[in-house]
Design a protein around this ligand. Structure first.
Ligand code: ASP
Length: 311
């Protein structure tokens, strides 16, 4: 029994392991691990207090996948609900669909009785205003210019403002079943309605009991274009060892022509419980915790340098 997570999963990993210890499923563990991260006011990349989009709305994305059945659920660009991971799980379990976005996802959450909450904290609002004012005054003054300015604006305000990034959780339960979950407020100051890789099954999240699981953080557009999470699992299916499967999926990113290329990270878990994580940035880390451990261990990600230096 093991839980593997991105570093900002530290606030939830013990709860996830506890679920496994009590005989809960990998899907239960993933959800239990992500919920505290979504509520963490210190984390501006997930859930409550996430950084907003360009127009100051916190839009959340999440997905969950059950490696036993390959069932999956996802929500994208949902506003006003603190726990998109739980809503994504309900999409998986209650609907004949996999993916709801925007007002449809909000309607579904309301029908199920999920509580609403204003997710934009004073802290996040202050940073949003400051960024707009300092770095894109023409956008700040005249919102009508958003369309003209989005490319430049997104470039100058990209990831440095996001210290913790999206959260990834992978778990393997007592029966050997694997699940994965991802939750995020996405790229800070993104164009409204933008979806990254996190809610896109195969791009930011994928689990299959037979071959393993993987989940991503970083510039989601890259993982969407290369189907990175699924690629790692597929490379394992094709016989590559875990470390080599991750490296191969990261080498695929080298083919991207992308003026906004940025950081890309993945965590991965094999059916035998072995794990690894990858990054195109040096010195990145992830965490894991088994049922026997009292606290999580932070371990180095395998650095896979991009063929071209990042812009
Ligand atoms: N992958 C997320 C997205 O593109 C953001 C992140 O991990 O920093 O929305």
């Amino acid at each position: 029994m093991i839980v593997v997570a991105s570093k900002n999963g530290r606030v939830g990993i013990a709860a996830a392991v506890d679920v496994l210890r009590r005989g809960g499923s990998a899907v239960d563990a993933v959800e239990a691990g992500i919920i505290p991260v979504e509520s963490n006011p210190e984390d501006h990349s997930v859930g409550y207090s996430g950084y907003p989009n360009l127009i100051g709305e916190v839009e959340l994305d999440a997905s969950i996948m059950d490696g036993l059945t390959l069932a999956a659920g996802a929500v994208g660009a949902i506003r006003g609900y603190e726990h998109p991971i739980s809503i994504a799980r309900k999409v998986m379990e209650e609907l004949p669909h996999c993916f709801l976005v925007g007002t449809g996802a909000e309607r579904f959450a309301k029908e199920l009785g999920f509580p609403t909450r204003d997710l934009l904290t004073e802290d996040a609002r202050r940073v949003w205003h400051q960024i707009l004012e300092e770095k894109a005054p023409e956008v700040y003054g005249q919102r009508m210019k958003y369309l003209d300015s989005i490319r430049r604006f997104v470039k100058i305000t990209a990831d440095p403002e996001k210290p913790n990034e999206t959260v990834n959780f992978l778990a393997q339960d007592v029966k050997g079943n694997i699940a994965c979950g991802v939750s995020t407020s996405g790229w800070a100051w993104k164009y409204p309605g933008r979806l990254g890789d996190s809610p896109v099954i195969g791009a930011g999240n994928y689990a299959d009991n037979r071959y393993g699981a993987a989940a991503c953080t970083g510039r989601g557009e890259m993982a969407i274009r290369c189907a990175t999470a699924r690629s790692i699992v597929l490379y394992m299916k094709m016989g590559l060892a875990l470390a080599e499967a991750g490296r191969e999926a990261f080498r695929d990113l080298d083919a991207l022509v992308d003026p906004f290329a940025g950081s890309m990270n993945a965590v991965a878990l094999a059916p035998d419980g072995s794990h690894a994580a990858f990054s195109n940035m040096p010195e990145a880390t992830y965490i894991y915790m088994t049922a026997e451990m009292g606290e999580p261990v932070e371990a180095a990600r395998i650095f896979v340098p991009p063929a071209k230096p990042l812009p």
